[in-house]
Design a protein around this ligand. Structure first.
Ligand code: DAH
Length: 348
């Protein structure tokens, strides 16, 4: 092999080693690899030019080229390991977390007690085969009253002193219009088993037990052969699921224009367990909802032949349930959004 080759190779090697020592990050390292070992590098060019040499020269130069290539590749690998280690150390340093620093507080919300009660009641009725539907808060006089068998001069209209928007439009005073809307939507199909949570409005003076806006949950079941015992059994299952297996319900006769017969439904007092206390006024029972068998006229007006179909309905106040459940004495607390009050439900 000629001395020229030898010198040239030695020069390439030296220069390559020197520039490798200067490469200080992975990008420089990659560039070096292309420049020194790539096809267009001096070594690459020499390998290519070898074709024109005499066989003996070719062998000697080939060996020399291979050796230097291997040497340079080896140097590249160890330099790469060094740089990787250095870059990793830098990265670790940069991403270092001081685990002794106090954490930043993530403000945790709490589900509102009324939402909780609604979800809980929905779960209970869904497990009994009901579905959950919702309806409009702005209603017509027709749905809110007429189709529920509450004609214009009916005294029940006074019981539900109404926010009228126009002569015909109003803020619904109860969720019962959804009985009619549901039957209309079902167009005579059965069974119907729905509950309807939603806001209702009445022109009441706000006090500890009244609010001009509150939340009802309506229930409706319609099918052939539905009886009052189905109503009682369903409500009893509901009471046990919500307030514990020793709960019972009691039905008292009452009056609603859209049910016949109608009843008010009591629970065993959740405060004294039935022995009588201030909360239940010594009776051992507390009223939780109104209910009854859907009035034949309501069925007929909604397209269900009352000679064939029967149904039951009920309506309860979510606030009242929440107050019993969590021992809240003033309904207004549920609407004042005092964080000190609401935060108590974070872990409830
Ligand atoms: N809508 C009644 C109210 O607001 C509550 C009610 C009573 C609903 C009896 C019913 C029912 O579905 O059957 O006072």
């Amino acid at each position: 092999m000629s001395d020229t080759w030898r010198h040239e190779l030695e020069a390439i090697r030296e220069q390559a080693m020197a520039s490798l020592a200067l490469a200080s990050d992975s990008k420089a390292l990659n560039d070096w690899r292309v420049e020194v070992l790539g096809k267009k590098s001096a070594l690459g060019q020499m390998s290519k030019a070898m074709g024109g040499l005499a066989p003996e020269d070719r062998r000697v130069l080939g060996e020399a080229l291979n050796r230097i290539r291997q040497e340079l590749e080896q140097a590249w690998r160890s330099r790469q390991a060094e740089i990787e280690a250095k870059e990793k150390a830098l990265r670790l340093e940069r991403e270092r977390i001081d685990v002794t620093l106090p954490g930043r507080d993530v403000p945790l919300g709490a589900m509102h007690p009324i939402s909780r009660v609604i979800e809980e009641i929905e779960d209970i009725f869904v497990s009994l085969g009901f579905s959950v539907v919702e309806g409009p808060e702005v209603e017509t006089d027709h749905y809110n009253f007429e189709l529920l068998n509450i004609p214009k001069d009916h005294p029940a209209r006074d019981m539900q002193d109404t926010f009228y928007l126009t002569d015909e439009w109003l803020l619904r005073t109860h969720t019962s219009p959804m009985q009619v809307r549901t039957m209309e939507r079902m167009r005579g199909r059965t069974p119907i088993r729905v509950i309807v949570p939603g806001r209702v409005y009445r022109r009441d003076e706000d006090d500890a037990t009244h609010s001009h806006q509150f939340t009802q949950i309506e229930g409706l079941v319609v099918d052939e052969g539905i009886r009052m015992s189905d109503l009682k059994g369903t409500l009893e299952a509901f009471a046990k699921a919500l307030f514990g297996p020793s709960q019972r319900v009691r039905l008292r006769p009452s009056y609603f224009p859209f049910t016949e017969p109608s009843c008010e439904v009591d629970l065993v007092c959740v405060s004294c367990g039935g022995s009588g206390c201030r909360m239940c006024k010594g009776t051992g029972w507390i009223e939780i909802l109104g209910a009854g068998m859907v009035h034949p006229r309501v069925l007929d007006m909604s397209g269900y032949d009352s000679a064939r179909y029967t149904g039951f309905a009920f309506g309860l106040g979510a606030e009242r349930i929440a107050m019993l459940r969590y021992g809240i004495s003033d309904i207004r607390m549920l609407y004042q959004n005092d964080l000190r009050f609401l935060r108590q439900f974070r872990h409830a």
